[in-house]
Design a protein around this ligand. Structure first.
Ligand code: ZN
Length: 137
């Protein structure tokens, strides 16, 4: 019976993948630990613990609420849009990013771009299944 239970749990664990990644921005001292739960490619749960400046924490908070219920593929697209938003002047319509559009202002402050994008780089590492520490350097 216990063997069957073990097998069942293995199958469940395979379909409900929990991913975890850590990010670090040495320029500012921002740190983040990100947790992502994937159900057949869908982000069913996502959360973070972080310490650092207000921008890095606000970015992680808005990112996690924006991505819950989306697919990993959609998260990748959003990452590209967000990255454009904070690095280029002629980004796509920021309206598509919802609340994340508030970060368009950080492109005026290059040092802050890394604070705003730390959570996103960490997310990409988590989705790609890379457990190692991500750094913005
Ligand atoms: Zn920072």
């Amino acid at each position: 019976m216990s063997e069957l239970t073990d097998l069942y749990q293995e199958v469940i664990l395979d379909h409900n993948k929990k991913r975890r990644a850590e990010g670090f921005n040495p320029l500012c001292g921002d740190q983040i630990q990100l947790y992502v739960k994937l159900d057949d490619g869908l982000i069913s749960d996502i959360g973070f613990q972080g310490s650092g400046c207000a921008i890095s924490k606000a970015s992680a908070s808005l990112m996690t609420s924006a991505l819950k219920g989306r697919t990993a593929a959609e998260a990748g697209e959003l990452f590209e849009r967000f990255h454009q938003l904070v690095t280029t002047d002629d980004a796509a319509d920021p309206g598509e990013l919802g609340k994340l559009a508030v970060f368009s202002g950080v492109r005026e402050f290059p040092a802050r771009v890394k604070c705003a994008s730390l959570a996103w780089h960490t997310l990409r590492a988590a989705l790609e299944g890379k457990g190692e520490k991500v750094t913005t350097e």
